[in-house]
Design a protein. Sequence first.
Length: 202
Amino acid sequence: MKKLVLILALVILVGGAAFSFDMTTFPAPLKPGSLLVNVGGTLGSYWFTGMSFGAIGAVDYCMPFPIAITFGGEAGIMLTSGAYYGYSRNMAIIPIMFRAAWHPNFEVPNLDVYGMLKVGYGIGFWTNNNNNSSYSNYSNPGGFIFGAVIGGRYFFSSNMAVYGELGWENYTMNYSYKYSSSSWNDYELVSRFLTAGVSFTF
C-alpha cells in the first residue's frame, strides 16, 4: 500500500512538473503593454448543413494586470452558403465583437496558448432571401453573438506569428417578413468553428 501511494505521489509530481504553467506572466515575446494585430480566415456552418466562411481582423492588448489576460475587439465579414427547408436564404454578416483571453505561460519557447470568450452583435444583409414571391418586405437580419475558443500562436520572430483557433461561435440572426397579409418573425442560425491566420506584435 505504501509503495502504491509513493508511486501515485511520484506520478502526480512528475505530471505536475511536465504540465506546469505560470498564470501571471505572458509567454515570450508577449509582455504587458504589447499590442497584437490579427488577420485571419474563418470556417463554420449555416444551419449545420451549409457553410459559412469569411475573414476577420482583430486587435488585442496585453493588460498590465497580475494575471496574463488580453482585452480586444474584432470585426470582419462572413458569407453563408446553403439552403434551409429547400429555400436559399444566403446572407453577408458583419460581426463586431469584444473579446477577452487568458494566456497561461507553459514556458515553451515562442508558443502562446490561450482560451478566449467573445460577445458582440452581427449585422446582416441578404444576398438571396429564397426568391419566393409569396414573402415580401424582409428586414435585414441581425443578432447577438457569443462564443468560446481555444487557440494557439507560434512566433517565428519577436513580432510575427501564425495562429489557429478552434471553438464555437453562435450567430442567431433575427429578421421579420410579411407573408400574405400577416407579419412574421424568424431567424437564421450561423456558426463559426475554425479561424487561422497571422499575428503581428507591436
